[in-house]
Design a protein around this ligand. Structure first.
Ligand code: PMV
Length: 312
């Protein structure tokens, strides 16, 4: 049996503004999707959380992302029948890039099982084909982060890994609003708003650009203390383009009132996840309050390596 794991992601800065060609910064986080491949009498994909997702015999999932991955693997010459088992710690449909992390882990495990080229380039390419099935026009940031790990500055389809030394005593606390959102619909609303209010929103987009450039400098210099302030400003800009929601704000303010250095939504918004920067020693009270409120949380750091063997 061959097993791989790939990290999920958060967007630290710049979501939505990236859609109009402005820069953004994404980060791979230390929470993972895992995939194990074994031989079988027919092609099968099963998820511990979601059940049977692909069954060749029942013609289930042929048009899914797994169908796309298997077609790629077959075209590269793999003939073995396989059974894939998936297990993921990532929140689903919440902006953590869980579909991309799963596709990357599955592609990596399958390529190795079949003795094919499992270079990161090949894994990311195959996972991007799978992402196209799910997201129609994906930006490519999710499969890039799941494959290569690290912190990535991106703009108009180009991705640059930036060198960040994540300090031991800082973590990102992720809170799941539990509201699953339709990324495409929120993106469309934001673009429509831009068209109606171009003169006003141009300034908001320019602010977002300055903010991302400043955040890039702080990350490179390791000035994490000031990064939280920029997360708060970023959330203000997201509020301005109407991608927040009442529960999102409630969670963000709970975090800010309980020692977060900064808090914002990550990704499409109107639900999904909120992210906040914390010193480890400041977490106890906020975790207790979030638990009382019945909200799911994850505490993560930076994943620098991206996809790899499960045991590495
Ligand atoms: O919530 P997610 O992970 O689907 O992120 C969407 C990010 C947007 O900037 C809103 C859209 C995009 O394609 O970049």
């Amino acid at each position: 049996m061959i097993c791989s794991k790939a990290p999920g992601k958060i967007i630290l800065f710049g979501e939505h503004f990236v859609v109009r060609g402005f820069p953004g910064i994404g980060m791979a986080v230390s929470s993972y999707a895992r995939a194990c491949v074994d031989s079988s009498d027919r092609d099968l994909v099963e998820s511990k959380q979601l059940g049977l997702l692909y069954d060749e015999e029942k013609r289930l999932g042929l048009e899914s992302s797994f169908g796309a991955i298997l077609r790629e693997i077959r075209s590269l010459g793999c003939r073995d029948k396989i059974r894939v088992l998936i297990d993921s710690s990532l929140f689903v449909s919440s902006g953590m890039g869980s579909s991309a992390a799963v596709s990357v882990a599955v592609a990596h495990a399958l390529l190795r099982f079949c003795g094919l080229d499992s270079s990161k380039e090949n894994v990311s390419r195959i996972a991007f084909e799978a992402e196209k099935v799910i997201h129609k026009r994906p930006s490519g940031i999710d499969n890039t982060l799941a494959t290569y790990g690290g912190v990535v500055y991106y703009r108009s389809g180009s991705f640059r890994k930036i060198s960040v030394k994540w300090p031991e005593d800082y973590v990102i606390l992720i809170v799941n609003t539990g509201i699953s959102r339709e990324t495409g619909a929120v993106v469309k609303d934001v673009l429509d708003l831009y068209e109606r209010r171009r003169e006003i929103l141009e300034h908001v987009y320019r602010s977002a650009e300055s903010l991302v450039e400043e955040a890039l400098k702080l990350l490179e210099r390791g000035e994490f203390e000031s990064l939280g302030e920029l997360m708060n400003i970023n959330q203000g800009l997201l509020y301005a383009i109407n991608t927040s929601c009442p529960l999102c704000e409630e969670i963000i303010w709970l975090l800010r009132r309980n020692r977060a250095l900064g808090a914002k939504l990550s990704g499409a918004g109107r639900g999904g996840i909120a992210i906040s920067l914390y010193r480890k020693r400041d977490l106890d009270e906020v975790l207790e309050k979030l638990r009382e409120r019945g909200l799911e949380t994850l505490i993560v750091g930076l994943d620098e390596r991206g996809v790899r063997d499960l045991l590495e």
